[in-house]
Design a protein around this ligand. Structure first.
Ligand code: ADP
Ligand code: MG
Length: 280
């Protein structure tokens, strides 16, 4: 039988905007040793501001191309690029668009031109100045670099308090990201994160999580489901950021934070602890 207190705990969670998919996960939240965070959209807003556009083309025309390429992607970077373009994207020009997870997007137009938008793994910037501050999205047409968009994300208001609150409970924080070293290290330092891994492909995130599994207390992974759904599914407890997250993330997760507030990760553990005192 399931102790009644677990239902109480699940009710308390849902009143706080935290969906817990069963009493066993509530119980497991008492055993957490480490929370592994995805960076973008989990610890950061995932709403990027365009801080610079470097191109020899007309800026508006260039942004129109970038927005067209990114209009097929659910990634927070893609949404931010589309939002930054003050114009209408003509999606009838698209023959084929393909997301390349952890790198960017490739697009073939009805004219047969091939465009890429993404990081320097996807778009070669050899011989170009590649040291712009922020997250750089390079765009190429038929193999030639035509410009770079510089984007800046912001840490969520509660992110630092969340890490401190977890630390107070004796829980370590790890950050995983596909972003570059500089952005990863500055975010980790600002937040007080214990361990950081950067420039990861989606499969690297899964590998790092698997290396940490089964080594003691329970492992939480918290992400938005963009390029990290397998990691959400594999963790002892997968926590999805529900508002920004995809349906696949909500499906794969064991706990869903409906309003994307990272502090709710700590709150879920507080409720789990309280529920246990009521049960036993
Ligand atoms: P994170 O680990 O920060 O959540 P991702 O694994 O989703 O990041 O992406 C890693 C990197 O891949 C991004 O920082 C970006 O450089 C690039 N990238 C991924 N998707 C896109 C996209 N749609 N457009 C441009 N760049 C992208
Ligand atoms: Mg992500």
């Amino acid at each position: 039988s399931i102790p009644l207190g677990f239902f109480g705990g699940i009710g308390a969670s849902s009143r706080n905007g935290i969906l817990v998919k069963g009493g066993n996960f509530l119980e497991a939240l008492n055993e957490v040793g480490t929370v592994v965070f995805d960076k973008t959209g989990t610890l950061t807003e995932g709403v990027f501001e365009v801080t610079d556009v470097v191109t020899d083309m007309d800026r508006h025309e260039f942004m129109g191309i970038a927005a067209l390429i990114e209009s097929s992607s659910p990634h927070p970077i893609a949404k931010s690029v589309v939002d930054a373009y003050c114009g209408q994207v003509d999606r009838t020009m698209i023959r084929e668009a393909k997301e390349i997870p952890g790198m960017g997007v490739s697009l073939t137009t009805t004219d047969g031109d091939i465009y890429l938008a993404g990081n320097s793994r996807l778009v070669s910037i050899e011989g170009k100045d590649a040291s712009l501050q922020g997250t750089n999205i390079h765009v190429s047409r038929n193999g030639s670099h035509i410009g770079t968009i510089v984007l800046q994300d912001r840490l969520k208001a509660n992110a630092k308090e969340t890490i401190a609150h977890l630390k107070g409970r004796g829980i370590a924080s790890v950050m995983l990201t596909g972003d570059i070293r500089e952005n990863a290290l500055s975010a980790a330092q600002d937040l007080g994160i214990d361990e950081v891994h950067y420039q990861l492909m989606p499969e690297d995130k899964l590998r790092i999580l698997e290396e940490k599994l089964g080594k003691g207390r329970k492992l939480v992974f918290a992400g938005d489901g963009i390029n990290d759904t397998p990691v959400l599914a594999r963790a002892d407890i997968g926590i999805a950021m529900g508002a920004m997250g995809s349906d696949a993330a909500i499906e794969a997760a064991d706990v869903v934070v409906m309003d994307d507030d990272p502090m709710k990760i700590a709150t879920s553990m507080d409720i789990a602890a309280y529920t246990r005192t009521v049960v036993y």
